[in-house]
Ligand binder design. Structure first.
Ligand code: ADP
Length: 274
């Protein structure tokens, strides 16, 4: 499966048909396995924050005349609620990725719209940590693909950048066009000033359910599925996702996708199909 996915990724866009047909099957099977694993895990994953919220709300009632304890419990309730929100978002992402054939529903998608949606999705946690989101306008940049899936992919990268960065740092998101032999590509990069990722972990973070630090990841609502979804979306669009990182300094994730040729000249193409 992996070899096919790789060969489909590097094949020039023009001769991808046969490979895609084969890849569709293996990828469909892979994503079905992700879904099965996820359903098996999700009941447990959902029970944890729901159970904690229930206990914590009882604790709040018992501690009504101890304001300090109430504040402490409320803080923990907020963490559990964040975790629930994040789990629900991942269920939505996974169903978007699983149910639709990306190339059947492909259209020119404005990079600026994807970036705006991803920033919006992370507004809450970013504000809470006073993380600055720095974006660069790229008005004529369009990628070719499935709008919902691309939004899920970029949303996950930006969410991770915010989750794995300390307060008062900066997350930068930028898109640019790159010339490639098989056709122009677009690179959307997400750069953070966070904890970084060790070389050994860099090899594994795109595997499903892999988390560098499960305890920390749990506190931020992580399930270890996000990057496997990003990788799947990139590959099924004929692109790829790569990571650069320096431990203690930060990381850059780059999503490389086929450009929607000519969409820049014909702006309507990007907007009519909303
Ligand atoms: P999770 O739901 O745990 O965030 P992901 O698949 O999105 O799962 O990421 C896998 C692991 O990769 C995370 O648990 C985290 O340890 C690491 N990781 C992902 N993005 C970053 C980042 N921007 N900086 C540091 N570590 C990261």
């Amino acid at each position: 499966g992996e070899a096919l996915a790789v060969s489909a990724r590097v094949a020039p866009l023009g001769s991808r048909l046969v490979l895609l047909l084969v890849e569709d099957l293996t990828e469909a099977r892979r994503i079905e396995a992700v879904r099965r694993d996820f359903v098996a895990n999700v009941s447990h994953e959902l029970k944890t924050p729901v159970g904690a919220l229930s206990l914590l709300s009882e604790a709040v009632m018992d501690a009504a005349d101890d304001p300090e304890a109430v504040a402490r419990f409320a803080g923990r309730m907020q963490i559990e609620a964040t975790r629930l929100t994040s789990l629900v978002q991942e269920i939505i992402d996974l169903s978007r990725v699983q149910n639709d054939d990306p190339l059947e529903d492909a259209e020119p998608v404005a990079v600026d719209e994807l970036v705006a949606e991803a920033v919006d999705r992370c507004r809450h946690p970013a504000n809470a940590k006073q993380i600055t989101m720095a974006t660069v306008d790229a008005p004529d940049l369009y990628v070719w693909g499935h709008r919902g899936q691309l939004a899920a992919a970029l949303g996950n990268l930006v969410e991770n950048a915010v989750n794995y960065s300390p307060a008062h740092t900066r997350v930068g998101i930028a898109g640019r066009k790159v010339n490639a032999p098989g056709g122009n590509m677009v690179e959307i990069s997400v750069t953070d000033q966070g904890m970084g990722i060790s070389p050994a972990d860099r090899e594994r973070i795109f595997e499903r359910f892999y988390r560098v630090d499960p305890a920390r990841s749990r506190a931020t609502g992580g399930t270890g599925l996000g990057l496997s979804i990003v990788k799947h979306v990139a590959a099924s669009h004929g692109g790829e996702v790569t990571v650069w990182s320096a431990e203690g300094q930060g990381s850059t994730f780059t999503l490389r996708l086929p450009e929607a040729a000519g969409a820049g000249q014909n702006q309507d193409a990007g907007h009519d199909q909303d």
